[in-house]
Design a protein around this ligand. Structure first.
Ligand code: SF4
Length: 484
């Protein structure tokens, strides 16, 4: 599917350059609407002028991605799911990372504690704060009052989006009625329940998850629901485990994505989901070995799904604090898979203050590659060090490659020392070079008029280095002896 051009968007705008939207020109607005920085409603002429209603509708159609996005939940933590324009990230970017929902049973005695934990869970990594996206409440009790009670409790305790999960239509709609103002996702519409759930979803503007492990049936359900007026849906073609079934699960997700994104099939043009939590069907209570094996398989399935841009996954593992390993793995992978390839991975060069450095505080030197500067900074903060971090412009390249490629060199570091007045805040002239740049130390001493020591190869070794090898007074004595 070809992406619309800014000119095609511009043709449908008012073209008066009135600046009401905050842009100087309609052309600038056209460019940013394609980047999803503004929406159609930000142009008051398109919204308020009845003569432009046709163009507004044309524009909405033009910019709607082949895989339409859906939203689940309300408020700050609303989950935007799907809405992708490309099959592979490198073709442009992915706009919305895989949403991770954690499953809870409605009869779980620890429900409140689990909900609080999942809501507050935050993992900071390389400058980003990683969080979960929602809670999938499963009707295990078989009781509609219990399901409604649990749904209401989650809605009261958490601002995370909620997915209500049961194939019993009466129980599903009973709980959905109670929390419909929180815009829950209704799981699941099947060939037997499409009419009842579909009508309820239309009346209450709710998103639905459609399930069938037959792709033809899934497409037929999608078409029928759209005819009924359903505006938001997500497709579940089933998650299967065991020999041969993993590839079947993978193939179906890929077929749906191909049909939506590459072929523009409107029935497939919705986000897709998977449920790695199905592995728990195999777990026998009390069998710890089996439990561990199934958890491991569940997380592998989750990782595979993330790597093919499955838009929503539901996990069971991750409810408990001791299962953080699973979420760490999946959230870290997700962060990498969904990073925007158009954003250059560099931070500003400069001198960064860490803690409350005194006049003999060390000065560490590093590169301005984002994945170098931020972990080094975090290691320094984690070690409670009071120091300075001199970040040198290496064109966003990491230390090892930048030393080899010449972007991290003695002259450049000396210039940074001068430009950012690195020695003005301290009473020494000692620089700590990363171990991977050890061969620059001699030249740097000449270029920067400094005493250069070589630190560890990895910043995780800095605390040990500081305890055993950081001797600024001795370094300065030696430096002063050179002067004589
Ligand atoms: S508000 Fe509309 S007409 Fe005015 S500059 Fe922006 S896009 Fe153009």
């Amino acid at each position: 599917m070809a992406r619309p051009s800014p000119l095609e968007v511009y043709a449908l705008l008012d073209k008066s350059n009135c600046k009401e939207c905050g842009y100087d020109t309609c052309m600038a607005f056209a460019t940013d609407i394609l980047e999803r920085k503004v929406i159609v409603q930000d142009c008051i002429h398109l919204v308020q002028d009845p003569k432009q209603a046709k163009n507004r509708e044309k524009l909405i159609k033009l910019i709607t991605p082949p895989q339409r996005p859906i939203t689940v939940g309300t408020g700050d933590r609303v989950a935007i799911i799907g809405g992708e324009e490309v099959f592979y990230r490198h073709q442009l970017t992915f706009y919305n990372q895989t949403s991770i929902f954690i499953e809870i049973a409605d009869d779980d005695g620890d429900l409140e504690e689990i909900v609080r934990y999942l809501t507050d869970l935050k993992i900071e990594r390389i400058g980003d704060v990683l969080t979960l996206d929602g809670i999938a409440l499963r009707n295990v009790s078989g009781d509609k009052e219990q399901f409604k009670l649990a749904a209401s409790k989650i809605a009261e305790l958490s601002n995370l989006p909620i997915m209500l999960c049961t194939f019993d239509v009466d129980i599903l709609l009973y709980a959905a009625e109670a929390i419909k103002n929180k815009k829950p996702l209704l799981y699941a519409v099947t060939k037997d329940s499409w009419e009842q759930i579909g009508k309820f979803a239309v009346q209450n503007s709710l998103p639905v998850a459609v399930f069938s492990n037959e792709l033809d049936e899934l497409m037929s359900l999608s078409a029928t629901l759209q005819k009924l007026g359903v505006k938001e849906m997500i497709l579940d073609s089933g998650t299967f485990f065991g020999p041969g079934n993993l590839s079947a699960t993978y193939d179906k997700i890929m077929q749906l994505r191909t049909a939506a994104i590459n072929k523009g099939d409107v029935n497939a043009g919705w986000p897709v989901m998977g449920v790695p939590a199905v592995y728990w069907n195999l777990v026998k209570i009390g069998d710890d070995k089996e439990l561990w094996e199934q958890q491991f398989q569940e997380i592998i399935m989750g990782a595979i799904m993330e790597s093919i841009d499955t838009n929503l996954i539901v996990l069971h593992t991750g409810q408990k604090k001791e299962e953080i390993w699973a979420l760490l793995a999946l959230m870290t992978l997700r962060q990498s898979v969904f990073s925007d390839p158009r954003i250059y991975p560099a931070v500003d060069a400069g001198i960064y203050k860490i803690g409350e450095p005194d006049e003999m505080a060390p000065i560490f030197v590093t590169s301005n590659y984002r994945m170098t500067k931020i972990p080094v900074e975090q290691d320094l903060l984690g070690a409670n060090l009071n120091c300075w971090l001199l970040v040198v412009d290496t064109e966003g390249i990491g230390i090892e490659s930048a030393v080899a490629g010449g972007q991290f060199n003695a002259g450049g570091i000396a210039e940074a020392v001068k430009e950012f007045k690195a020695f003005e805040n301290v009473k020494h002239r000692v620089l700590i070079l990363p171990g991977m740049a050890a061969r620059l130390s001699g030249a740097l001493e000449d270029e920067a008029d400094a005493f250069v020591v070589v630190g560890p190869r990895d910043s995780s070794g800095i605390p040990k280095y500081m305890d055993t090898l950081w001797k600024p007074k001795e370094f300065m004595k030696e430096y002063e002896s050179w002067e004589k």
